[in-house]
Structures are given as C-alpha cells and as structure tokens.
Design a binder for this molecule. Structure first.
Ligand code: NAP
Length: 273
C-alpha cells in the first residue's frame, strides 16, 4: 500500500517515520511549511517530500490527512474531489463525522486515532470505518498499521472514550505521576526530581511485566497483602480515582461536542485527538 501523509506535525510526522522505519516502500509527505516535512525526511531515505498535495495524491493508495480540524476541512474541499473512489482518505481528525468526510470526497474516509506510543511501534491506534468498505482495502490498511502498533476497530460513537485511553492516556498518566511526585516531595523526605525518577523506572518495569503477560489483577494481588501498607494505601484512595476519571471522560466528551458543533478547535492546550 502506497502511503502519503499531508500534515507532518506531531502525528503526521510520527506516522511517516513509523511507516518508513517498518517497510522499504516510499512514504510520500507534504506539509504546509516545507521545512517540517524535510526534517521528517532528513534521516530516512524512503520518505519523499512532495512539492504539493496534487503530486502526493497521484502517487498513493491512502492519503493520511493529519492537520488540525479547521485546516483539514478547508484543504479537503480542494483535495477531496480529486481523490478516486479506490483511494482511502485516512484522517487523524477525530471530531468530524465520517458522513461529513464522505460528502466531500469519492474516496473512502477512515478515522485513525494514533498515539504517541507509535513512535516505538507500540500501543493501540483506533480505526473507525464507514459502512461498506471493501474487505481487501481494510485488510491492506490493517496489515500495514499492524507494523507500527495495534489497530483496534471501534464504532464512531466509541472513538472519544477510547481516544482518552489510547491516545490521551500517556499524557493523563504522566500528569498523575507528576502530581504524585509533587506529593512525595511534600513529605519532605526527597526531591521531586528523585520521586519522578523512581516513578519513571517503576512505570518502565511495570510495562515490561505487563508485556511479559502479567494482568492488572495479578499485579495488585502480588503486592497487596491484606492489612499491609499497600492495602492501606488502596483503601485510602476510596473512590477518588473513579470520580477523577468519570469527570475526565465527561469533560473530554463535552469538549468534543463543542468542537464538532463549531468546527473550531476549543481552547485546551493539547489536541490529543
Ligand atoms: N497530538 C496528538 O496526540 C493527537 C492524537 C490523536 C489525534 N490527533 C489529531 O491529529 C491532528 C494533527 O494533530 P497534531 O498534534 O499532529 O497537529 P500539528 O502538530 O499542529 O500538525 C499539523 C500539521 O498540519 C500542517 N498543515 C496545516 N494545514 C496544512 C495544509 N493545508 N497542507 C499541508 N499541511 C498542513 C501543519 O503545518 P505547519 O507547519 O505549516 O503549521 C502542521 O505541520 C489533529 O486533528 C489532532 O486533533 C492528535
């Protein structure tokens, strides 16, 4: 499958690198500011910078549109009609419905919500299809995505909450660890930087354990001795984590709805899908 990426910012740049690192085929890229596309191509001989998007779409089977929502909508009004019905329009823009994309192009639109973890070719990426996508096109896309992560097919209505887990998740977990390190430092026993180092190494070790097949329940069971100190710590949390994440999912859903109604990015610092 020949892949072209329009918009080589955080996500498009990461995807271009990951595709180029995992197969010898050329990956075609185009970015509004050319320097950003050239920096992606700098150390990868199979990343080809195109002069314009017209050249890119002629060469590829799947166009990955990885701009912010507003830029993507204005670009697709020009680019969309020129795509062919046997091409895929894969977009990382999550807050615009597949039906809306379909009105703007004869190509098949697909939503793809990547995660920063695809930098190291790991982690879940979400895929959402419209009805009636030809099986061979799906298979070809999914086989290619399997090389850079773990594609998970979800309904469009599941995209928001699953994005919170897969795509925003690393930022949410790190934000929690930063608060945890702050709380540890506030005990007066250690520096915050030491607490962050301990947490980072703990996370790396935990990820390796999970990768080796251990389940979440196994981890808790092996550490939580009844009436021991871990037990006391977990009891002390009460329902705070549940309330925290209930509030978080409600807020991201509210934000996504506002963005969809207005088609403008809402004023929060990180896009995260
Ligand atoms: N960041 C995440 O973790 C994440 C995760 C999942 C989904 N997403 C979604 O993925 C999309 C991209 O996010 P991002 O964080 O990668 O954004 P980003 O870093 O701002 O990248 C967007 C890129 O699109 C380029 N661009 C804008 N208009 C263009 C045009 N007409 N032609 C060609 N290139 C154009 C920009 O070029 P310039 O250099 O000229 O500005 C920029 O390099 C967003 O819709 C976001 O919601 C993001």
């Amino acid at each position: 499958m020949q892949i072209g990426i329009v918009g080589t910012g955080q996500m498009g740049g990461m995807l271009a690198r990951a595709f180029a690192e995992t197969a010898p085929e050329n990956v075609y890229v185009f970015n509004r500011s050319r320097a950003k596309a050239e920096s992606v191509a700098a150390d990868l001989t199979n990343v080809i910078v195109c002069d314009d998007w017209e050249t890119l779409i002629e060469r590829v089977d799947a166009v990955f549109l990885c701009t912010k929502g507003k830029d993507g909508l204005s670009l697709i009004k020009k680019l969309g009609p020129l795509l062919k019905s046997d091409q895929l329009l894969v977009t990382t823009i999550s807050n615009i419905d597949l039906d809306r994309w379909q009105e703007l192009t004869p190509a098949t639109p697909v939503k793809l919500i990547p995660s920063l973890t695809q930098t190291i070719h790991r982690g879940v990426m979400l895929l959402s299809y419209p009805r009636d996508v030809p099986g061979p096109q799906k298979t070809e896309l999914e086989n290619r995505l399997c090389q850079i992560g773990k594609p998970l097919i979800v309904d469009e209505g599941q995209v928001r909450v699953c994005s919170d887990l897969a795509s925003c998740g690393p930022a949410f977990l790190v934000a929690i660890c930063q608060s945890w390190a702050q709380a540890a430092a506030q005990t007066g026993s250690l520096e915050r930087s030491t607490a962050e180092m301990i947490l980072k190494e703990m996370l790396i070790g935990l990820a390796a354990l999970l990768d080796s097949g251990m389940q979440f329940d196994d981890v808790v069971e092996k550490i939580r001795v009844p009436n021991g100190v871990t037990d006391r710590g977990i009891v002390s949390m009460e329902d705070v984590p549940l309330r925290l994440f209930t509030r978080l999912h409600a807020e991201t859903a509210r934000y996504a709805q506002v963005g969809q109604r207005t088609s403008i990015p809402a004023p929060l610092p990180s896009s995260g899908g």
